[in-house]
Design a protein. Sequence first.
Length: 245
Amino acid sequence: MDKPGWYLNHLIAILEKIRDTEENKIEECARIFAKALEDGRDIFLFGTGHSHMLAEEVFYRAGGLVNLHPILESALMLHASASGSTEMERLPQYAEILFDSYELKRGDVLVLISNSGRNGVCVDMALLAKERGLTVIALTSLSHSAAGASRHPCGKKLYELADVVLDNMGCPGDASVPFPEIGRNVGATSTCAGAAILNAVVAGSVERMLSDGFLPEVFCSSNVDGGDEINRIFVKKYKNKIRSL
């Protein structure tokens, strides 16, 4: 039974590749995050299906930046209807509703998370963000994106519309462990790799803000002594601004 070890070794190799090839782009994203927060701008994160977990990964997180806004739309997540979310993420018209609802504005940063980068909502979010003067960061799989056509009428994929593209180094289809007996792979890597990339960006942005002489707002674990008191101050400050807080 060597498949568990194969998966873990493959995931380690992906993380090492990200470390070796994506460092400059991670640093660039850290700079964008830091500048936005120093200037009083907001940072939004959006993904559909399983990608929504990465919008949640860095939100209200121990050691995480406070002023992060996850765009969490039930119809595009898995808990209401997993199969339904697949259909909904292909609707280009959905994005404008989300934009207006979450009040994204010029000068803000939008992180769009999509492994394939081909579906309507994500592409439309990128198009709207560029039109309205936001900085767009894409977290995607370039190999997966290259393997299929866009499902958006414009014919473009997410990576073609972003200011910065972070590659999670995953394979087409995301699942990475081959099982010829069933004709498909198992063991997706995008969530683990994406979480590592985003947390690296957060660490870099905190480092940069401190270097700039700016005190970053960072959540503490609620499960250590004093954590509740620290977090209560941030929650009170942002409760009416960050929707999911």
